[in-house]
Design a protein. Structure first.
Length: 345
């Protein structure tokens, strides 16, 4: 006897595979987070607006609350739809605790976001799929890892069993910087390491300057100086000091100090003499050049005046020739008319 499903070409909904629940869209959260966590090289001392920090906490709390509603479709008797009442005592699971913490931080936002950077999330240990079992689930979304064909599971440094979907734990780490299970503050550990490294660099710089002062004032020998302190190439004064020849048996501490002072005075005097010589040579060249240029310009001006006078004289001569030629033509015409006497001039 055929069943209803066979006759109508349908499947039994009770035997159909359960689709993997979709995670909420976190684009708004990450957009707000990028505004309140600028790059260290861009406005390093800038403080975000408290309203933007509060909006980031509210946005993540809303996303986690949506995830909780999808995981538990049947509402609890005392539960409400808004995230404002997410701090009720109905459900004390991990997701509810995270939402309560986010809402508390949203009401009283911190001065700065204390989460980890993106590099920390990228450097988390990936858990291979072969080491996962069907019973392993994400503590945040409660989805089995094996439901995804390509699970991206990360293991936090605090404990080997603290494994999460990267898409679930990444926004929490970026905003809070703690493990959702045992609350170990990874962001604080990173800040402590950065402060210790910065302090170590400052101490090294102080030791470098102390070595310079000791070498100048105490009159150590060059061999002792090289053993006690190695000069760094970025300090030019160290190179000058090391290059000065000294002898521990011939020079005491005051004499060596005076020698250094005399050396720098001599160096400054030499530079001053070179500058004076360059200035004198420049003035001498200027005095030799400008008279020649002035005489050349004078000759050019006189030549121009002479040329103008020649042109005027030539023009006058041409006019005289034209006048004389006109008179001759006039006289020839008069004689051609059979006059006995030439015309009076």
């Amino acid at each position: 006897m055929s069943t209803y499903e066979i006759e109508h070409n349908t499947t039994d909904p009770s035997t159909a595979p359960i689709a993997r629940r979709r995670r909420p869209d976190l684009s708004t959260f990450f957009s707000t987070l990028s505004q309140i966590t600028p790059a260290p090289d861009h406005r390093p001392h800038a403080v975000p607006v408290p309203g933007d920090v509060s909006a980031a906490f509210f946005s993540l709390a809303e996303a986690l609350n949506m995830m909780r509603r999808e995981a538990d479709p049947a509402p609890h008797p005392n539960a409400q739809e808004s995230t404002v009442d997410a701090d009720s005592d109905v459900d004390r699971d991990l997701l509810t605790t995270m939402i309560q913490s986010l809402l508390a931080q949203a009401d009283m936002p911190p001065r700065e976001v204390e989460g980890v950077d993106e590099e920390f999330c990228d450097m988390l240990d990936r858990v291979p799929k072969a080491s996962l079992t069907p019973a392993d689930t994400c503590p945040i979304c409660n989805n089995p890892f094996m439901e995804d064909a390509y699970p991206l599971v990360v293991q936090l440094p605090c404990h080997p069993t603290h494994r999460f979907d990267l898409e679930c734990v990444r926004p929490w780490l970026r905003l809070r910087g703690t493990c959702p299970l045992d609350r170990i503050d990874f962001a604080k550990q990173l800040r402590d390491k950065a402060d210790a490294k910065k302090k170590l660099v400052e101490e090294d710089e102080e030791e470098e300057w102390d070595g310079i002062v000791s070498y100048i004032t105490k009159g150590y020998s060059p061999g002792y100086y090289h053993q006690a302190y190695v000069p760094q190439p970025h300090l030019a004064i160290e190179i000058l000091i090391v290059s000065i020849p000294t002898h521990p048996t011939l020079m005491s501490s005051p004499v060596e100090t005076l020698a250094l002072i005399f050396f720098f005075l001599l160096l400054g005097l030499t530079i001053m003499i070179i500058m004076i010589l360059v200035k004198e040579w420049t003035e001498y060249q200027a005095m030799q050049f400008w008279p020649k240029l002035r005489s050349t310009r004078t000759l050019d001006l006189e030549s121009g005046l002479y040329l103008t006078e020649d042109i005027k004289e030539l023009t006058w001569r041409v006019e005289q020739m034209e006048t004389e030629l006109g008179r001759k033509f006039q006289r020839a015409g008069y004689l051609s008319e059979d006059h006995d006497q030439p015309p009076s001039p």
